[in-house]
Design a binder for this molecule. Sequence first.
Ligand code: P6P
Length: 327
Amino acid sequence: MTQTTLRQHLQAQQTDTDLMILMEDIATACRMIADRVRHGAFAGVLGAAETENIQGETQKELDVISDEVFQQIVGGNPSLAALVSEEVDEVNWRKEAPQAGDFVVYYDPLDGSSNLDVNLSVGTIFSIVRLDAAISPQADAVKIKGTEQVAAGYAIYGPSTGLVITTGQGVDGFTHHPGSGEFLLTQPEMSIPAETQEFAINASRYDMWDTPIRGYIDDCLRGANGPRGKKFNMRWCASMVADVHRILTRGGVFLYPADSGNAAQGGKLRLMYEANPMGMLVEQAGGASSTGTGRILEVAPTGHHQRVPVILGSRDEVAVIEGYHKK
Ligand code: P6P
């Protein structure tokens, strides 16, 4: 069974050579992170590190290890101006004088790492922006809107290691083939059905939700005899990569709204390396991504660790949820 490699796919899409090489470096980093995750139990690194990240979250040892792997593999790319990591406060500038055509990569090295010690899926999320002009290496220069992304993707470390990417020409899924070491094309042209009967939300936060979200979920839970006129199913993996991968594979809607518990931060999930890349992927697969009142990719960043409310997935369902915000 001949299958298309990541490089062959990017070449067939006539991807810019520098971008293709950068995405291959990211794929290599993800392969190495997958290996560290798979062997974590033997290396005794499934537990918590003695440190906190910029988010104030206790880091897992594998969070730190994954970030180091990503920095080591991707950080040496000659076209890279800067790396912005969920795990590191400061921007990691790779050039003293970034030029037009250089890239900025925003990434979450190990998303969902609270799942590690219970052996559930985790992943790496990345977003790539290409500079259209020379910049001075200071933090404001990487506050770039999601509409400017040239590529985005994630690796998912589950029963198999997957890689899902977009360069703006749709969304394609690859699976790591242990024999060859290649990521082979296994889910071409991923597409999200416009309608769904499945939502993903952390329902334990019900008492903290605002009225539109509570009203939407209440109506879904009233099933076929309620205002939605159909029964809904619920999933929640506590791993954005896993929930979004399901949605890209069979549809659904994912919600992590602003609530009274995270209102001061504006939400839980981060704009630059969670909401923007997942928003680009979902839109490229025919879905929609919203803060509840506007398109995620249009949010003008105020900082590279900014948080936003996230609602994304089947576009008709996202529109229904936005409607609840207008009531
Ligand atoms: P909760 C993981 O920490 C994460 O950033 C996302 O991957 C996931 O969707 C969410 O937070 C889980 O949040 O409140 O269920 O722990």
